[in-house]
Design a protein around this ligand. Structure first.
Ligand code: PLP
Length: 355
């Protein structure tokens, strides 16, 4: 039986993508060779890389506007420091919305001054700070669009007079935004795009080359751009699967279409969390709730055993909350069908009837 996969990451991918990916591992486009045993410099793979980069820009509406897309390695975690390495000369501003932002701040401090302009740490990051002023003259301002762990999501992005950098690991390609507001976007593939092992970076080229330090080649965005994201051997399989997911999304109708579906999934689950007296959402401010990761608790732990058993019996996978939040977390990435959310909601209603 195929499970209902609510895993936070690595996460669910469309079934058709998994099938095409496994075919390509055995025989890539009828070539008699596996995708993972051909040269990354060969035409068939160079086409894959180019297609993946192009589709990324297309889905974000950022073609022909001075942006470049890269597929690098090291995860979003390497971007925490690469961003600072490439952009931080004196001082950067950060919005602290939880674990990932915290880690990004820690790395940036190795390279210059960091001004944490606002934080929701005092309430275990259960909301998105909104009343803050960004000082002028920063090298860049960094934020995290969706906090995967606490289940918060930004709906408004600040106006800045400096480059705007955003970690979009867990909600990239899930909703329409004015992406041209951002100068650098990064996202680890394994939340909403592909397998672990590659990170998408979309960067406006003209913000680069302004720091005085020497940047090692592997950490230098300019170097990767000049080599068309092939400075060294890229993560061929994760890049290929990411490309398949981006093609799948295009066939489906693009980011606007998936946003409609994601909105329906989130509304279905949050309505039940709010309605059902046995459950309580973790994020109190409704407008800050993430449509990708819904965090919630049982109001009475006595129901946990029965609820957990029902989840298991109905093939629900990956619903445990992160250790720093506890409770439950339902990750509803692009690949998850609304039918799976309905199965979860039915279990919640069943628990209420029996409870
Ligand atoms: C998962 C995650 C990361 C870390 O990604 P890695 O690829 O494991 O380094 C960073 N930021 C956000 C928002 C995430 O969800």
């Amino acid at each position: 039986m195929k499970m209902h996969n609510f895993s936070a990451g690595p996460c669910i991918l469309p079934q058709s993508v998994l099938e095409k990916a496994s075919d390509a591992v055995k025989d890539f486009n009828g070539s008699g060779l596996s995708l993972i045993e051909i040269s990354h410099r060969s035409k068939p793979f160079v086409d894959v890389m180019e297609n993946a980069r192009e589709l990324s820009l297309e889905h974000l509406g950022l073609q022909n506007q001075g942006y470049k897309a890269l597929f690098l390695q090291g995860g979003a975690s390497l971007e925490f420091l690469m961003v600072a390495y490439n952009l931080l000369e004196k001082k950067a501003g950060y919005l602290n919305t939880g674990t990932w932002a915290d880690k990004a701040i820690k790395e940036a401090k190795l390279f210059g001054d960091v001004d944490v302009v606002a934080s929701s740490k005092e309430s275990n990051f259960n909301y998105i700070p909104k009343d803050y002023t960004i000082p002028s003259g920063l090298d860049y301002f960094h934020c995290t669009s969706n906090n995967t762990i606490f289940g918060t999501q930004m709906n408004h992005f600040p106006e800045t007079d400096c480059p705007l950098v955003c970690d979009m690991s867990s909600d990239i390609f899930s909703r329409v935004l004015d992406f041209s507001k951002f100068d650098l976007i990064y996202a680890g593939a394994q939340k909403n795009m592909g397998p672990a092992g590659t990170t998408l970076i979309v960067v406006k080229e003209d913000i680069l080359g302004k720091v005085s330090r020497h940047i090692p080649s592997m950490l230098d965005y300019k170097e990767h751009i000049s080599k068309d994201s092939m400075f060294n051997t890229p993560a061929v399989f994760p890049v290929y699967v990411s490309m398949l997911t981006l093609e799948w999304l295009k066939e489906l109708g693009g980011v606007a279409k998936i946003e409609e579906i994601n909105n329906k999934k989130a509304a279905l689950l949050y309505t039940e969390i709010d309605r059902n007296p046995l459950f309580k959402g973790f994020v109190t401010n409704k407008e800050d709730r993430s449509k990708m990761n819904a965090t919630f608790n049982l109001t009475n732990d006595a129901h946990a055993e029965f609820f957990n058993l029902a989840l298991k019996e109905n093939g629900i996978n990956g619903l445990n909350g992160h250790r720093s939040v506890g409770g439950y977390r339902a990750s509803m990435y692009n690949g998850l069908f609304i039918e799976s959310v309905q199965v979860l909601v039915d279990i919640m209603q069943d628990l209420e009837k029996k409870g």
